[in-house]
Design a protein around this ligand. Structure first.
Ligand SMILES: [Zn+2]
Length: 257
């Protein structure tokens, strides 16, 4: 977690530093080497930033609650989709055209700090479809009153899912409510991609993956209407989902949205 995300935390760390200084200054004018002061202040800063002070708890809880809310929104979205699918006695195999989700401009994303977990690559990155040949069944946008925060791609159950670009696996497994077995890849360039509802994993957390590498297999785990891949793009930080369609098209990945 970056300190810069929490300016108030930085402020507390500064307060802690000042306390350390004044405490030291008050002690019989001991000549304390500057390095000791620096170490003390550094430790105080780390302590405050790590949130082990009880006063930090509400901040941490608020962040967790926000993530949970986003996760639940996505969950509700797919629940809504299932309800609609059940209400419509359409033949399931029918290659229904991609639902014309409103192509409204993506909501203005808050200016989140850039993810900097990996150094930018020098070579031009190559990008591929997460599931080549799959049908686009739902786009990013408001759906039954909630934001569907990704793109749904459908193919036969068990179809391999590929990393759209090189990166590091940041999450793998039953990590987030509603998403079932999912994988998050940090591409190290400020973007993360999320692949949900998988039947089986092919990677582990911390693993480096190459572009196009199989990371798992299509399934219907979590809150899903049937076998499909729910694909999300997060910008800057996890859960800052953006519309994947323009992002994909800009990288030469076909998507019918
Ligand atoms: Zn979806």
């Amino acid at each position: 977690m970056q300190e810069s995300k929490f300016p108030h935390m930085r402020a507390r760390a500064d307060v802690a530093r000042h306390r350390v200084r004044s405490r030291l200054a008050g002690r019989a004018r001991l000549v304390v080497p500057a390095t000791v002061l620096a170490v003390g202040a550094g430790l105080a800063g780390i302590s405050a930033a790590a949130g082990d002070s009880p006063t930090q708890t509400p901040v941490v809880a608020a962040v967790a609650a926000d993530q949970q809310a986003r996760s639940e929104a996505a969950q509700r979205a797919d629940r809504a989709e299932r309800a609609a699918a059940e209400a419509t006695p359409a033949t399931p195999a029918q290659p229904a055209p991609a639902k014309a989700a409103p192509k409204a401009a993506a909501p203005a994303a808050p200016a989140a700090p850039k993810a900097t977990t990996a150094a930018p690559k020098k070579a031009a990155p190559a990008w591929v479809s997460p599931m080549p040949g799959a049908m686009t069944t739902s786009c990013f946008g408001q759906r039954w009153g909630v934001l569907h925060a990704g793109v749904d791609l459908a193919a036969a159950s068990g179809t391999p899912i590929h990393a759209v670009g090189a990166g590091t696996v940041a999450a793998a497994g039953w990590a987030y409510s509603g998403y079932g077995i999912s994988v998050v890849i940090d591409h190290g360039n400020g973007y993360l991609t999320h692949y949900a509802h998988q039947s089986k994993l092919a990677v582990k957390v911390g693993q480096r993956v190459k572009v196009g590498q199989v990371i798992g297999y299509e399934g219907s785990t979590g809150d899903s209407t049937g076998p499909h891949l729910h694909f999300e793009v997060h910008k800057g930080a996890l859960w800052n989902q953006i519309n994947p369609a323009p992002w994909m098209k800009a990288r030469g990945i076909a998507v019918s949205c």
